[in-house]
Design a binder for this molecule. Structure first.
Ligand SMILES: Cc1cc2nc3c(=O)[nH]c(=O)nc-3n(C[C@H](O)[C@H](O)[C@H](O)COP(=O)(O)O)c2cc1C
Ligand code: SF4
Length: 518
């Protein structure tokens, strides 16, 4: 037997036993006098099926899952005999959850060997950079502008416009900073791409560097992602050895090199200016804007700061053209979004799809409802600062403007599902508590307001002057929303107010009381 086996080395798969499965395959093969070619690929993102083992066949890859180490001897036996096995999922590409997706950013994730630059190139890698070198800096930026790509880190700012600003700012030194702090609850897209297709991020950062005139890049990865850090450092070494980083990138007239920096576990360090402080070796405290990082960023120099997914999407935009990308999506939300489905859900994982899919489709059809089997009651979209959506709003399409229109946000594309046992007053308290713990302390509405918020929710739940305290809570949220320096304090009201408005009964309030409080 000389087939290639694919067993994810992705941290999510490893957490549920992928390493043990790989070892068991090796042992079972050795016992039979066989040697297996095992690739530790990235995850395909169907996490409820991990560890998902794939085998290359003449008809394409065939998947089995979820596989445990104990399953392996019988599974290998069945594979050798060409017999079906209870864990057989069929052709990987035909698994409906995967088949229904539009994988552009994640096109290679789970398919290539993430450690192999040759494999990356064999699957279309570095086509985007080649195109950028032909187009030149200005036309490359124009291509990104035309694609409609907006920042996938949360704010949704047009990536090409940000690049244009940095390109137009004169300086001897400019920087590209990639934000891989990925602190939002229920999100893992950055980690998945770094572990499953690291060269695409290197390529994206290199294109950004050439486009804006930056020769140095920093990738800021959260310390909770040790696998991603190791994978990225190895990929950077390989790209440098192959001439894709360093002097005269890919034989061109441009120099670009990059390194990994590891965070120290603060949510606020995902905020771009706090991240810069952290990169410069100081405590992660938010900087007042202006100046924008595009004008005065890292070490006071013009800096592009982009999320992992924004940068990892650039190579395919260049390779396939802006029009091919912008043809997907709706309204001003162009292209695809890697949506991360998590929480109490049957089919949790990463689902890349064009903007426009409704929240209800994501929760009920794609996610398959709750893992507990109980009814879905609320869904938090966009991380810890995102609003809670009740079923009544499940017709909201995944689109920046549509979510903003419902007092919510799509953020980094994470959705966390809760069943009917959730206590929304506890969730509102948690939002305030989270803000109090993670606040950088620079401004009063966030530093003090979040602590007062916890106390006020507690009073409401205890029934102390409930009507009065509901008014206080709404007023406090208003002050935090409009008076905070950054979105940590400014967006914490979203989960609080949405919980209060959509689930007043959990606060011991009746709708009329709530109306009075508004
Ligand atoms: C409290 C806070 C945390 C944030 N965390 C992240 C993060 O983990 N990753 C990220 O890319 N952006 C995060 N952001 C958004 C960044 O400030 C910034 O908008 C983003 O990195 C820009 O990249 P983009 O334009 O590609 O989205 C955070 C913002 C705030 C206010
Ligand atoms: S809102 Fe909070 S995290 Fe942001 S600057 Fe103010 S204190 Fe710091």
């Amino acid at each position: 037997m000389s087939a290639r086996f694919f067993i994810p080395g992705d941290a999510g798969a490893v957490a549920v036993g992928a390493d043990e499965v790989a070892t068991a395959f090796e042992a079972a093969a050795t016992a039979k006098g066989l040697t297996l070619d095992i690739v530790r690929n990235g995850s395909r993102g169907l996490y409820w099926l991990e560890p998902m083992v794939e085998v290359e066949t003449a008809a394409g890859r065939v998947a089995y899952g979820p596989v445990s180490a104990d399953d392996v001897p019988a599974l290998l036996e069945a594979m050798l005999a060409g017999e079906p096995h209870a864990l057989l999922l069929g052709s990987t590409e035909e698994i409906p959850w995967l088949k229904r997706q539009t994988r552009l950013t994640f096109a290679r994730c789970g398919i290539v060997d993430p450690r192999s630059l040759d494999d990356y190139r064999a699957h279309g890698g570095y086509k985007g950079l080649e195109k950028a070198l032909v187009l030149g800096a200005e036309a490359t930026i124009e291509e990104v502008v035309q694609s409609g790509l907006r920042g996938r880190g949360g704010a949704g700012f047009p990536t090409g416009i940000k690049w244009r600003t940095v390109a137009a700012t004169d300086a001897e030194q400019k920087y590209i900073v990639c934000n891989a702090d990925e602190g939002d609850s229920g999100t893992f897209a950055d980690r998945m791409i770094i572990e499953g297709d690291p060269f695409v991020l290197i390529e994206g950062m290199t294109i950004a560097g050439i486009a804006v005139g930056a020769t140095r890049g920093y990738l800021y990865i959260r310390s909770e992602y040790p696998h991603a850090v190791a994978r990225m450092e190895e990929a950077i070494r390989n790209a440098r050895a192959a001439g894709y980083l360093g002097r005269a990138v890919a034989g061109s007239a441009f120099d670009f090199d990059m390194e990994v920096r590891v965070g120290a576990g603060a949510y606020v360090c995902g905020e771009e200016t706090a991240l810069l402080e952290s990169l410069e070796g100081r405590r992660g405290v938010v900087r007042a804007k202006p100046p924008l990082p595009a004008h005065k960023g890292l070490f006071g120099k013009p800096t592009v700061i982009n999320n992992v997914i924004s940068l990892a999407t650039v190579p395919i935009i260049l390779a396939e053209g802006a029009t091919a990308y912008r043809d997907f999506g709706m309204g001003r939300s162009r292209g695809t979004m890697p949506i991360q489905i998590a929480g109490n859900v049957k089919h949790g994982g990463l689902y890349e799809v064009a903007f426009g899919v409704t929240l209800g489709e994501l929760v009920d059809e794609i996610g398959g409802g709750t893992a507990s089997g109980r009814p879905v009651r609320a869904v938090q979209v966009g991380g810890p600062l995102g609003a809670y959506f009740p079923r009544a709003l499940f017709d909201t399409p995944f689109d920046y403007e549509a979510f903003a229109g419902k007092d919510g946000l799509i953020g980094h594309g994470g959705i966390v599902i809760f069943d009917d046992t959730v206590d929304m007053a506890k969730q509102a308290r948690f939002a305030m508590e989270f803000c109090a713990i993670e606040s950088c302390g620079k401004c009063t509405p966030c530093r003090i307001g979040s602590t007062r918020g916890v106390e006020t929710v507690d009073r409401i739940v205890r029934g102390e002057d409930r009507e009065k305290n509901l008014v206080v809570l709404e007023d406090l949220c208003h002050t935090m929303k409009f008076g905070s320096l950054c979105a940590l304090g400014g967006f914490t009201p979203y989960p609080v107010i949405s919980a209060l408005h959509h689930f007043p009964e959990d606060f011991g309030a009746t709708t009329p009381v709530l109306e009075a409080a508004r």
